[in-house]
Design a binder for this molecule. Sequence first.
Ligand code: ITT
Length: 199
Amino acid sequence: TRLILATRNTGKITELRSILAEAGLPHELVGADAYPDIPDVKETGTTFAENALLKAHALARATGHPAVADDSGLCVDVLGGAPGIFSARWAGRHGDDTANLDLLLAQLSDIDDTHRGAHFACAAALALPDGTERVVEGHLRGTLRHTPAGTGGFGYDPILQPDGETRTCAELSAAEKNAISHRGKAFRELVPVVRELLG
Ligand code: ITT
């Protein structure tokens, strides 16, 4: 069976392909970029889970295939959980990772090391064309550096140092990041659900 990865974020697609392949999912994984005529989904939800479900349902309905979606972001303690669901467009332009990261560092410039706690969150949703849905969430807790380090991953990876690590997420190998990440945890939990519902 074909399983649609309902995202146009290339960083996510790379990670999802390896997380799902490593978990032994036998389905043909097809990115949303294979369906350029399907319009972008408006993320009108107020939570990661709501937005992940919106994206999964839209692609499942439009393609007639089951779809999984990821809604994720960085939640900063001293900002009351912001950027949160607005992480991809924190500095205004959607998907401008460098601008988003620079703005966040500027907003935290006065915050000392003991108050720089944060976590990545990922909601992983599955939707079937008949409307069946499931959603699970994963988190990765850490602290925010004052300056970026590393070139791996995407988004805010160069500034989040996971608890128990001396490196940022962008300094981990792809396999090391997937083993501990919010996305890895959420999608590894979703895999048995996919198996159960799709066979
Ligand atoms: P799709 O909606 O097409 O999936 P998107 O980039 O718009 O792509 P989101 O609305 O879920 O997706 O925004 C996720 C943002 O959160 C992403 O652009 C990064 O800025 C940040 N983010 C999520 N996961 C991350 C990770 O593993 N490492 C670093 N930053 C991450």
